[in-house]
Ligand binder design. Structure first.
Ligand SMILES: NC(=O)c1ccc[n+]([C@@H]2O[C@H](COP(=O)([O-])OP(=O)(O)OC[C@H]3O[C@@H](n4cnc5c(N)ncnc54)[C@H](OP(=O)(O)O)[C@@H]3O)[C@@H](O)[C@H]2O)c1
Length: 294
């Protein structure tokens, strides 16, 4: 079995994460047990939610344990399989983590899914045709309930979620205003600006608060506008809506496969570059989906 370079979380950040929080180690890959699959990762996804997992605080999910492989979405190819539904050469998406190979219990729900890369490049299954794309779809379709002719605004518009939101909204005949390149040292500025321009009975899908992920406060200047404008403000976590995924992925796959949506990516070279690329993501340095080529 191959040697497996991997990145562990070894300490928790206080504010901005640093290189000291991570450690690159190389371990042997264990022999496959029955129903297991060995996957060689081609790309690792870097996502804002990873910053929250590095904390040991109350959240919507459990923290990343110390001294273990950092969590993360991956795409790659099956190298060896002891599961009847997977064969060597299959292209797959999963949660393999910050490492070169993963041994996956393929019967565990949500762990490994085959993908068709005929019309969609494999890395897009981590972005536009993956979790961030489904996030955009859920906010647009389920929370905002967008209709043709409406005007919508999305912040972090050049990012993975924001760009998918724009493409999906445009396909529905909406007018979309994207806000990008608006780095906030103290969060809240963009939301405040948008709130002042909302129509009566407008809706806000609260998808993320990236400017606050290192612990900075996110004050809201005019919360009374929620009442005055009779707004609907709703947060959501995409993993809590498994029923939406097939429908959303089908629509996103068709948009990307047909060339109507050409997602941009920032590709960091090699596993060792993952921490630095992740720090850049938290400062808005990436354009489009941030992935690491393994
Ligand atoms: N609710 C859910 O289930 C769910 C799922 C996925 C993602 N999200 C959230 O959605 C948001 C976007 O995620 P993504 O996957 O699209 O990430 P992404 O591709 O890395 O895009 C993030 C974008 O955020 C902007 N940004 C970064 N740091 C910032 C700061 N300090 N202040 C203001 N803007 C900053 C940058 O855009 P510009 O510099 O171009 O403005 C950056 O390109 C994040 O808040 C994430 O946590 C939520």
């Amino acid at each position: 079995m191959p040697q497996n370079p991997q990145i562990h979380l070894v300490s928790r950040p206080n504010g901005e994460p640093t290189a000291d929080n991570f450690k690159l180690v190389t371990l042997d890959t264990p022999a496959l047990q029955d129903k297991q699959v060995l996957v060689r990762h081609a790309f690792l996804s870097l996502d804002p939610y990873m910053r929250g997992r590095m904390n040991d605080t109350k959240s919507y999910t459990v923290p990343q344990p110390l001294n273990s492989v950092m969590i993360g979405g991956t795409v790659g190819e099956v190298v060896e399989s002891r599961h009847p539904k997977f064969a060597a050469g299959d292209k797959v998406v999963g949660m393999g983590g910050w490492q070169t190979y993963s041994v996956v219990d393929a019967d565990t729900p949500g762990m490994l899914r085959k993908v068709d890369t005929t019309h969609v490049p494999i890395s897009h299954f981590l972005g536009a045709v993956g979790m961030p794309g489904v996030t955009a779809w859920h906010g647009l379709v389920r929370i905002i309930e967008a209709k043709a002719g409406q005007t919508l605004t999305v912040s972090a518009a050049s990012g993975a979620v924001g760009s998918a939101f724009g493409a999906l909204a445009k396909a529905r005949g909406c007018r979309v205003v994207g806000i990008a390149g608006h780095f906030e040292n103290v969060g809240g500025m963009v939301l405040d600006a948008v709130m002042l321009r909302m129509n009566h009975f407008g809706s806000i899908a609260v998808c993320g608060m990236i400017a606050g992920y290192n612990g900075e406060p996110i004050p809201l200047a005019n919360p009374s506008l929620i009442l005055v404008n009779r707004m609907k403000v709703q947060g959501f976590i995409v993993s809590e809506h498994p029923d939406d995924w097939p429908l959303a992925l089908q629509e996103l796959g068709a948009l990307v496969g047909s060339g109507k949506f050409r997602p941009r990516e920032t590709v960091a070279p090699g596993l060792a570059s993952a921490p630095e690329a992740f720090f850049g993501l938290l400062k808005g340095k990436n354009f489009g989906k941030q992935v690491v080529q393994i």
